[in-house]
Design a protein around this ligand. Structure first.
Ligand code: PLP
Length: 402
């Protein structure tokens, strides 16, 4: 195999396997590749002739055999230059990475394409995820396509249309009276007995590896010259972790050089553990009380490895910024007038840009990329089918499905 694990905290190396990507020291295991070998076939020239999906970077994804790849055409999303906005805002260049164009209407497609390909390579048939919506619908779609059984657990206040999507894809769909980590507890309590393969954030290696391809694409689409600033709506953090990893690998491959982008995490005020930790001691602390933000992909009070996200923001010279619900709404409308359908998370990046321009944190010659991670239409009001079970604990779930 040309890949294995390395612990981001203690540096220990281990052989690759599906399942928990946590080291015995508690650190997150990242996938490490034999880059010298990868570089023999993965060249700037060879990329010109490859598939228009994230699998164009096959050498940097942890799936050995092509037959195991489960792809619905994810990735290679457009990177659009925002000329009109550039005239209105004091910024050098501005792009939007249109992740809402992915097969399930959000960038979650990338992570699940990778995660379920790994699962297929290891004969796994039953998969489960806790999610604020988009991860659940992506799992549901990819599991259906792969012929696997999907179990999804989402907080009951999550966008109804996204819940409906899960039902459409035939997933066992359950609403949870709590937050995303409460939904995660149901899976960890039941996974042994139910035989669920847990594809929650950082519970296995595929999610972060799939999201890594956003960083690879960005570099390729900008002709191997990265922007000064990346603004990314952050929840569980696999996007930040994945992209940062992508940049390190591209550096080692000799595809890019120089300074890496300043990474900016945007969160909605009311659930902003990264923002508070960055402003506080600089050590990561989960948000334990008063979580009052909207149910979006950014509402993750206790991400699985907040330390790692925070250390990346710091290492890159980046920051974390909180924006209000009103600012997000206004930014969504502004995006619409610029021709982009943005989900609240995507809109938050434009709101974050506005804030950072006001604070002069972003300089007039900075080149900036915003990530529009999902579509506005997925968040339109919709009541999910009343027949779905609503539970608090794994015991409740057992009762509900009996
Ligand atoms: C999951 C999600 C996020 C948060 O992404 P992470 O990489 O988990 O931090 C942002 N936006 C949307 C639309 C999402 O679905």
């Amino acid at each position: 195999m040309n890949f294995g694990f390395v612990c981001r905290s203690c540096g220990q190396r281990q052989s690759f396997r599906p399942g928990p990507s946590t080291c015995s020291c508690g650190g997150t295991l990242l996938v490490e590749y034999d880059l010298e070998r990868a570089g023999r076939t993965l060249t700037k020239e060879s990329l010109k002739h490859r598939v228009s999906s994230m699998w164009r970077y096959r050498e940097l994804l942890p799936v050995q055999h092509e037959d195991h790849i489960i792809s619905l055409g994810e990735g290679w999303s457009p990177l659009i230059r925002m000329h009109q906005a550039e005239r209105l805002l004091p910024v050098g260049k501005l792009w939007v990475k249109r992740e809402e164009q992915n097969p399930t209407g959000s960038f979650k497609s990338r992570g699940f394409s990778a995660a379920l390909s790994i699962a297929r390579a290891h004969g796994i048939k039953k998969v489960a995820v806790n999610s604020n919506g988009n991860a659940a619908s992506a799992l549901a779609a990819y599991a259906a396509y792969a012929g696997m059984e999907a179990y999804v657990f989402v907080p009951r206040d999550c966008p109804g249309l996204i819940v409906e999507e899960c039902v459409q894809y035939g997933a066992h769909t359950c609403l949870v009276d709590g937050f995303i980590h409460d939904a995660g507890k149901i899976i960890s309590d039941g996974q042994q007995v139910q035989g669920w393969y847990n594809v929650g954030t950082l519970k296995e290696p595929g999610r972060a590896e799939g999201k890594k391809t956003m960083g690879l694409e960005l570099a390729e689409q900008l002709n191997w010259k990265l922007p000064d600033v990346i603004i990314y709506p952050t929840g569980g953090g696999s996007g930040v972790i994945g992209m940062w990893n992508a940049f390190q690998q591209l550096k080692q491959l000799g595809f890019i050089n120089g300074d890496l982008p300043r990474m900016v995490s945007v969160q909605e005020a009311g659930c902003q553990p990264l923002v508070d930790s960055m402003a506080g001691s600089g050590e990561f602390k989960p948000q334990v009380k008063h979580v009052i933000s909207s149910p979006t992909g950014m509402r993750v009070p206790n991400p699985p490895d907040g330390h790692l996200i925070l250390s990346i923001l710091q290492e890159s010279g980046g920051t974390a910024v909180a924006v209000t619900r009103e600012e997000i709404q206004q930014a969504g409308a502004a995006y619409g007038r610029l021709g982009i359908s943005a989900s609240p998370e995507g809109a938050a990046t434009l709101a974050g840009l506005t804030r950072l321009l006001d604070q002069s944190w972003i300089r007039p010659d900075d080149e900036v990329v915003l990530f529009n991670t999902s579509h506005a239409v997925k968040y339109l009001p919709w009541k999910p089918a009343s027949s779905l079970p609503v539970v608090k604990t794994y015991q409740d779930w057992l009762q509900a499905v009996k």
